[in-house]
Design a protein around this ligand. Structure first.
Ligand code: AMP
Length: 420
């Protein structure tokens, strides 16, 4: 135990369970890499205004949860609370939208920071894999992203998740709906904070989780009934493409999500084994965001899936990933001379691509074999004094327990072909 602990609301990823996190990131990104998405990496912090304008001045993320600070040079920065605004900023800055075909399709993986009240599944530092398709308005693109997320979760073995789908309309139909909703909400018995929200961002009130608020929302006007013809047709096409792909979804007319930039398609992936923090991922279309941060009109769609909660969902479903052992061969020298010689063999094995580890620290045979066992290696390679004089090492199959001498200069070839 050191004097220090991980900051509140954070935790460390350590072996062996950290391997699951890597595998989840890999599984979420694999369908994207297979579908024309290129990798993008942006800084962990940005100008605070990017998020204030992009995510929305009135959102919890910006008003309460952002790690904002001033640098010694006087710059106002914030640790990134989400990925979309940064990725769009980067694409615009590099003029990717002018370089060739639209949409520009990008994926990312990294750490995000929100000063939230920590609880299981809700942390101040968490990890997301995300995807953005920038600069095209096409229902097939919205459908593609939802299908790829569904594929990612299924490839991990998850089954108890649901896809919630809604349309938030666009700048044609949302303003009239917004007014109708405000009229309705102003007639309710709401606390001061919520009344303020009614003025600034009434759609977010629909997302209020409190039972007394939800009860009053029973007769609220629904955007579904106010969508313009173009939004209605667009949404219907997304729904049909998903159904044709065999991806089941539920229409959720109250799904609004916590970020201001969404238009038209919005969706959330929820997992039923996670209690209150049930959203494992979410996203949608953000046709106005580019203009909000000073770019041209670039209709876009994207999602972010939470790695931490996906791991919790795997645990909730009792799914253990079939992770390959990281070490194939564990080398055990007995004595000084053997140590030198075997270390050379280990280096050669590694160069040949065989995952190999070594018993360091001058351990005795018993302790070293225990270490070999713990490493999960398929083979132990033991080199004793007598072996040295005979020019062999003992190759022990850790599964069957069988052991055979192998000429020292034939080991790399032999293990290379056995493990291939
Ligand atoms: P959001 O940007 O809020 O839609 O978040 C997308 C996904 O990131 C969510 O569905 C969660 O899986 C994950 N996520 C968001 N906030 C947190 C958090 N504080 N702790 C852990 N995961 C989070």
């Amino acid at each position: 135990m050191s004097t220090f602990q991980a900051p509140k609301g954070t935790y460390d990823l350590l072996p062996p369970s950290s391997a699951t996190y890597l595998a989840v990131r890999e599984a979420i990104s694999a369908p994207l890499r297979n579908s024309g998405y290129g990798y993008v990496e942006t800084p962990g912090f940005e100008n605070v205004e990017l998020f204030a304008r992009g995510v929305g001045e009135s959102t919890d993320i910006v008003t309460k949860e952002m790690y904002a600070f001033e640098t010694k040079g006087g710059d106002r920065l914030a640790l990134r609370p989400e990925g979309t605004a940064s990725v769009l900023r980067a694409a615009l800055e590099a003029n990717l939208h002018k370089a060739g075909n639209l949409p520009v399709k990008l994926w990312y993986s990294g750490s995000y920071y929100r000063y939230e009240r920590p609880q299981k599944g809700r942390y101040r530092h968490f990890s997301q894999v995300g995807a953005e398709a920038i600069g095209a308005e096409d229902p097939a693109l919205d459908a593609e992203l939802i299908i790829l997320a569904d594929q990612a979760y299924r490839s991990l073995g998850l089954r108890d998740f649901r896809i919630l789908l809604n349309s938030l309309g666009d700048k044609e139909c949302r303003p009239a709906y917004r007014e109708a909703l405000q009229d309705f909400l102003r007639g309710l018995d709401l606390d001061e904070d919520t009344r303020r929200r009614v003025d600034i961002n009434p759609l977010r009130v629909l997302d209020d989780k409190r039972a007394d608020v939800q009860k009053q929302l029973a007769g609220a006007p629904l955007l579904r009934d106010h969508l313009c013809d173009a939004c209605r047709a667009y949404h219907q096409e997304v729904r049909e493409l998903l159904s044709a792909a065999g991806v089941a979804f539920e229409d959720d007319e109250k799904l609004v999500r916590g970020l201001d930039y969404y238009t038209r398609t919005t969706f959330e992936f929820v997992h039923d084994g996670l209690g209150s923090q049930s959203a494992v991922g979410g996203g949608g279309r953000y046709d106005g965001l580019s203009e909000m941060i000073g770019g041209p009109a670039l209709p876009s769609v994207g999602w972010a899936l939470g790695v931490d909660r996906t791991v919790l969902a795997l645990e909730a479903e009792g799914v253990t990933l079939d992770l390959p052992a990281t070490t194939s061969v564990f080398a055990v020298p007995i004595g000084e001379e053997a140590r030198r010689r075997l270390f050379g063999v280990v280096t050669q094995l590694r160069k040949a691509g065989v995952a190999t580890d070594f018993a360091y620290g001058g351990k005795g045979l018993k302790a070293a074999m225990k270490a070999a066992n713990r490493s999960g290696a398929r083979y132990a390679l033991v080199l004793g004094e007598r072996d040295l004089t005979e020019g062999v090492a003992q190759l022990k199959d850790m599964e069957s327990g069988e052991q055979e001498p192998v000429a020292l200069d034939a080991i790399v070839e032999k293990l290379g072909s056995r493990l291939a």
